[in-house]
Design a protein around this ligand. Sequence first.
Ligand code: SAM
Length: 318
Amino acid sequence: MSWGIRRNFINCMERLILTSFNMYSFMYKKDFKYFKEHYDESIEKMFAAVSDLYAQYWHDFFHFALFDKKKQSWRSAFKRTHKRYLQDLKVKTAKNVLELACGRGRFTYIIAKNTKGNVLGIDISKSQLSHTKRFKRKNLRFKHHDIMKVDELNEKFDAVIFLDAACYLPDKEKALQKISKVMNSGARLLILDWCKAERLNALQEELVLYPFMRYWAIPSLETRKNYEKYFKKSGFKILKIMDMNIKVKKDWEFGYENALKALKKLSVNDLPKFIWKRMKLGSEGLRLIKEQFPAAIYIKVGYDIGFLRYVYFLVEKE
Ligand SMILES: C[S@@+](CC[C@H](N)C(=O)[O-])C[C@H]1O[C@@H](n2cnc3c(N)ncnc32)[C@H](O)[C@@H]1O
């Protein structure tokens, strides 16, 4: 093959590869636009499909435990994590506490047990909220409410907590402005969120982050620096920001290993279960359940390669 023909061939191949990447990127971006514009509907469908699956293979709460030691048990890691969050938020002395995206309500219940103040948990998913009926206390309430409309609650809070859910919001900056409006001066806000690493290039984002974002109905991921900007613009003083990746390694391994275990166990005997889910949740619901397997694999890659960061933000309303 002459040099000219070879060069042409290489050019063609390059163009073909780039075009197919663009096609991929275009498909993903279309999905993310949909998640942003229809986040309420997407989240409702997503958690109706996965709430029980996660509770079975993960925990009753869907946030991560921070591990201090290699050989620490799950129970002790969750206990210490929760204790730390309650202390950081000064929950004991708060008159009104809000948990944003409270999910199945177990942590909201723990908050209520640790304060004399009133505690409210809000979530957009009716399926998640249906599990909060188990938790009854005088100072505890749950409400079906969208974080993007949190200012319409017409209540003010001294402590606000938001675990493992901000990534689902269609507009993080706008949400922070609204959260700021419902907080008293001096009130604390604690957010744990999945962020993307700074300065990733488009191809790295597309190959590693986009697939699981698509499986999990996440419209966008923020960087830690962007969050810092949003906090300042929304009237918050930053108290502490920490990258927690090193402390959540065991959480990812657990999720990944459980996904593999579930896959290995799959057999024809599971067919009736899938048919039942198909009847209950429709074909889209069943698709969402099935997609949790590739999601678990992709997200582990995102963590192992360091593109995905679990970040702790503690801020105070000025
Ligand atoms: C990964 S789960 C975390 C739940 C809970 N924080 C926990 O740790 O168990 C994410 C939760 O965010 C909720 N969510 C997502 N977008 C929301 C929104 N706009 N308003 C209220 N809740 C939302 C979902 O319904 C879901 O319960």
